[in-house]
Design a protein around this ligand. Structure first.
Ligand SMILES: CC(C)(C)CCc1c(C(=O)O)[nH]c(=O)[nH]c1=O
Length: 310
């Protein structure tokens, strides 16, 4: 049973990754992912130039079937992550995630990576804030196109993009036609579903302190949206662009669905946060069971082969 996969020419023995933000902020967490988890690879918490404490607590809340968060990019600062991915012996591949608080910061971080001796995979979080009055960069199609154009004038190393969910088929068409113009290593879809709200009935209060309680939704509730984004982008993106499917994976069945929709790799966030790193081993064995019962030996046997109803 072969659960290996690739992003461009980077091989992963197992298709699973942590979702950026989950168990990947501190050295302890990263070492834990590297040494004590069944995942085939790992992603760092999106880095900003400077260390950030992030938003005031409570900023994460578990929901009946998922999670809501407004962390505010707490991270150790870019230099820490660049040093970690450059100096740590890689028992498994690492994806370095960056998220500037502005387009200028994004470009600065990517220049530093380009000028460094880091040769691994980089992922730009396009949910980064835009100029005031404009939506997050990934929902500003022209802004994204302009930014990617500027990036690829100087950035020559493998670069993937983390995308928020889209909900309109015209938006799938628009973002895919932009991304297809650039030599991206991969697209990671989806980020949390933006600006959800949860209400505590007893206290009649929101559950998060930042942003008046608005926060990104993850976990099981996000699965249908995640599958739709993986499927829609796989149908539209050049085959040269690999896809990491993220969102709503709590079982082997969910991972199987992501791969059927076209995912090359699958990342797990909320479920790893709630269950611990053991979720990787459980979900891997559940996926193996399903593949075994269907006579599949590798992910290629069923990747992207979701059937429609004729
Ligand atoms: C939402 C931003 C703070 C702009 C980016 C970081 C981020 C966060 C976060 O750090 O609040 N949470 C998510 O679910 N996804 C993200 O991409």
């Amino acid at each position: 049973m072969d659960l290996s996969s690739k992003i461009q020419n980077v091989k992963f023995e197992n298709l699973f990754l942590n979702a950026s933000g989950i168990h990947c902020q501190t050295k302890e967490e990263l070492d834990d992912l590297m040494n004590n988890s069944y995942s085939g690879g790992m992603v760092t918490k999106s880095a900003t130039s400077n260390h950030r404490f992030g938003n005031p607590l409570p900023r994460y809340h578990s929901l009946p079937s998922g999670s809501i968060n407004s962390m505010g990019l707490p991270n150790e600062g870019f230099d820490f992550y660049l040093d970690y991915v450059t100096r740590t012996e890689q028992k498994k591949p690492i994806i370095l995630s960056v998220a500037g608080m502005s387009k200028e910061e994004d470009l600065e971080l990517l220049h530093q990576i380009q000028d460094s001796d880091y040769q691994g995979l980089t992922e730009l979080n396009l949910s980064c804030p835009n100029v005031i009055g404009k939506p997050q960069m990934a929902y500003d199609f022209q802004g994204s196109d302009i930014m990617l154009n500027e990036i690829f004038k100087f950035f020559k190393k493998p670069l993937g993009i983390k995308l928020p969910p889209y909900f309109d088929l015209v938006h799938f068409d628009k973002i895919a036609s932009i991304l297809n113009q650039y030599p991206l290593s991969h697209v990671n879809t989806i980020n949390s579903i933006g600006n959800g709200m949860w209400v505590d009935i007893e206290s009649e209060k929101v559950v998060l302190k930042p942003k008046g309680g608005f926060g990104g939704i993850g976990g099981a509730m996000a699965l249908p949206t995640a599958l739709a984004n993986v499927r829609a982008l796989r149908q539209r993106l050049n085959s040269s662009i690999d896809i990491i499917g993220t969102g709503g994976v709590t079982t082997g069945r969910d991972a199987f669905a992501h791969i059927l929709c076209g995912a090359n790799m699958v990342s797990i966030g909320t479920q790893v946060y709630e269950e611990g790193l053991g979720a990787f081993e459980r979900i891997t064995s559940e996926l193996k069971e399903i593949m075994n019962s269907k006579g599949y030996h590798s992910l290629d046997d069923f990747r992207g082969k979701l059937k429609t109803i004729e």
